[in-house]
Unconditional design. Structure first.
Length: 154
């Protein structure tokens, strides 16, 4: 059985929606809650998709989705929302933070390399009007493509 949930990172509880969904399956809800909270801790303050997969022997495994790239960027820059106009800059992100987000998103991205996922994240920064290293993300993208900035595969 697969139970799909939308839970705030690190804040799952035995109450609804999890408890009532797992109760009939007679598995230890507290263990499931503990595992979900451990796996979603890094997404604190954001809603994440969580799948609880229970087999016929009452064993379970947890699969955690990732929040949208825009939500991860907003968390990194400490902003509630993106720009309201083309002139407004909601914040600045470092290349290190972009790489951190790219590593989180890598599993759900269709891109094969970390460099490609970094370029995707920078594209999202561009659409949100978020600067990177105090500059327009287009400049950083260009430098990465030209090889002036090297993104190491790790």
């Amino acid at each position: 059985m697969i139970i799909n949930l939308l839970i705030e990172g690190g804040k799952a509880t035995a109450g609804p929606p999890l408890g009532p969904a797992l109760g009939p399956l007679k598995i230890d809800v507290n263990k499931v809650v503990e595992e979900i909270n451990k796996k979603t801790k890094e997404f604190e303050g954001m809603k994440v998709n969580v799948k609880v997969i229970v087999d016929e022997n009452k064993n379970f495994r947890i699969e955690v989705g990732t929040p949208p790239t825009s939500a991860l960027i907003l968390k990194e820059i400490g902003a509630e929302k993106g720009a309201k106009s083309k002139e407004e800059v909601p914040g600045n992100i470092t290349l290190e933070q972009v790489i951190k987000i790219a590593k989180i998103k890598r599993g759900s991205s269709l891109s094969k390399t970390l460099k490609s996922v970094v370029l995707e994240v920078l594209g999202t920064c561009l659409s949100m009007n978020v600067t990177c290293e105090g500059r327009n993300p287009k400049e950083i993208i260009k430098e990465i493509k030209e090889g002036k900035i090297n993104i190491e595969e790790k």
